[in-house]
Design a protein around this ligand. Structure first.
Ligand code: ZN
Length: 187
């Protein structure tokens, strides 16, 4: 590769280090012309095999693209999605295979997405697993409830500070609803 500073095509490797997880190698390089230093990362090309048999390089953007729709209107930021894309890539790379079937990408998304947002997870799972009826949602929700750790945060189960009045009923009248006539002096 050429020098990112001066485009010179000849560089020298000063140092090579295998990443801790063993999935990539970093090389510290020096340009033999301008002598500036930079680092390159060498990683296995992760390839996704589609159902048709066609292959394409794994793309975080593409993997996250399908999730983005499921997150519409949910409190999920671009950073969250970027992190999810990175988690998915780590999972797939962690399998050690150079080629992964497309459905493995979907499976790798399900776990971290469930952590991120349960509603988005259900939406994504409903498409990915081709839910056919409300029963499928019910089953999935039952699994979610069963697996939700009791020590974890339970945002929906916290008791509200004020009991919400039931819709339809008239507002509660206070004990001193008699009006101002009590206060008027009568002489
Ligand atoms: Zn250079």
């Amino acid at each position: 590769m050429h020098c990112p500073y001066c485009r010179h095509t000849d560089t020298r490797v000063l140092d090579s280090r295998v990443a801790e997880d063993g999935t990539s190698i970093r090389r510290r390089r020096s340009c033999s012309d301008c002598e500036k230093r930079f680092t390159t990362v060498e990683a296995m090309q992760l390839t996704v095999v589609k159902r048709s048999g066609a292959t394409e390089p794994f793309s975080r953007e593409k993997a996250v693209g399908g999730v983005r729709k499921a997150c519409k209107g949910r409190p999920v930021s671009d950073d969250d999605l970027a992190r999810l894309g990175s988690q998915v890539e780590d999972t797939l790379r962690g399998s050690g295979w150079a080629e992964v079937p497309a459905n493995e990408v979907g499976l790798a998304i399900l776990g971290p997405l469930r952590e991120l947002d349960e509603v988005a997870y259900l939406r994504f799972a409903s498409v990915y697993r081709a839910f056919e009826s409300a029963d499928d949602f019910e089953t999935e929700i039952a699994v979610l409830r069963a697996e939700r750790s009791p020590t974890g945060t339970e945002p929906e189960l916290v008791s509200p500070r004020q009991p919400r009045p039931q819709g339809g009923s008239s507002p509660p009248s206070g004990p001193t609803s008699g009006g101002p006539r009590d206060g008027t002096a009568t002489t």
